[in-house]
Unconditional design. Structure first.
Length: 347
């Protein structure tokens, strides 16, 4: 029992993860069936001649759409527990292969954007805290005020026009590489190029990433910065900070303490961005010709591909829930006061 009391702040979150995935996966199952159109009709529309009722029934069974909706739900979860998401109605390939062949490249793009936004947020936060310059602080506040006001696709288009069309400093936004073929080892393009020692292709891909990553960094940093500046302002006047100053604690340690205590709200927003960026990646990948998990979702909706769309939603939800689990754990590690039951333990 003592082990549970000491570790329940992460154990409970970990145990709840499968239940959350089950609930959201079930919601996705029913949500997909609200799409207009009959996927069986779409699947047989390309066949010439008259299609017999037996052939239609066979296609419906193959797609897992026979029986009641509850039978379909049980088969859906039975297949999912065995790692089987069915086969795409468009390509005929296993949905698991379709999703996981595209997901790593999308995650790589999102992670690069989030890391860039987080680093820029820390740098601007440090400048805000370190220098009592009114012009500098007001400039940082003005940039932070742009939170959620400018969509990422607008910033991306501006970057394309300026750095490709006008200045011609960066290559055309026509994919991750302009020549050659990306190696596939782990599915993460940059990592795979390093693992295979293809440094020329790595450099070429890195250059192609500049504009999309910059668009994400410039768009999503203001939200992080708003939370961080607010946290810095609050922590600067806290009794803990005042006591450290009165006790003669070195200035760098006071800065470090204020920085650490202000990070909790930033970490929460950071995790929320991960989920929203999977949706935003559809726009970025389309603008820059990257392809990825977003393109699969759009294609599945357009073609009424039930099985691919179900797999897409379940995997995306699972990734987002895992990201939020990590955010919760990091947040409670940074600030133990946020751990469940800490009040009762303290009393």
């Amino acid at each position: 029992m003592s082990w549970y009391r000491a570790n329940r702040w992460w154990a409970l979150r970990l145990l709840r993860l499968p239940l959350d995935i089950f609930v959201f996966g079930t919601i996705a199952f029913f949500l997909v069936r609200l799409l207009p159109g009959d996927p069986v009709s779409v699947a047989i529309s390309s066949r010439s001649g008259t299609v017999s009722p037996d052939a239609i029934a066979a296609v419906r069974t193959q797609m897992g759409l026979d029986g009641s909706v509850w039978d379909q739900l049980l088969r859906f979860w039975g297949g999912l527990l065995h790692g089987d998401l069915g086969h795409s109605l468009v390509t005929g390939a296993p949905v698991v292969d379709e999703v996981f062949s595209r997901l790593p490249s999308t995650i790589e793009l999102i992670v690069l954007g989030l890391i860039g936004a987080f680093v820029l947020c820390l740098v601007l936060g440090f400048l805000y805290l370190r220098f009592a310059n009114r012009v500098l602080r007001n400039s940082i506040r003005v940039y932070a005020s742009f939170a959620t006001t400018v969509p990422v696709f607008v910033v991306a288009i501006f970057l394309i026009v300026i750095f490709y069309v006008i200045l011609d400093w960066l290559p055309a936004p026509l994919g991750r590489v302009s020549s050659g073929t990306l190696p596939v080892v782990t599915g993460f393009p940059l990592l795979d190029e390093l693992l295979t020692g293809n440094l020329d292709l790595f450099g070429e891909t890195l250059v192609q990433y500049i504009m999309p990553v910059a668009a994400m960094v410039l768009t999503y940093t203001p939200n992080l910065l708003t939370q961080y500046i607010g946290g810095l302002d609050r922590e600067l006047v806290q009794p803990t900070t005042r006591f450290q100053v009165a006790a003669g604690v070195p200035r760098r340690w006071i800065f470090f303490s204020v920085f650490r205590r202000s990070l909790s709200s930033v970490v929460v927003v950071f995790g929320l961005f991960f989920g929203s960026l999977i949706g935003g990646a559809v726009t970025i990948e389309s603008l820059f010709g990257f392809g990825g998990i977003g393109a699969l979702g759009v294609r599945s909706v357009q073609s009424v591909d039930f099985t691919a769309l179900q797999g897409f939603l379940v995997v995306v939800v699972a990734v987002c829930l895992i990201a939020m689990l990590v955010v919760d754990l990091v947040n409670m590690w940074l600030d133990p006061r946020r751990r469940p039951g800490i009040e009762s333990e303290a009393s």
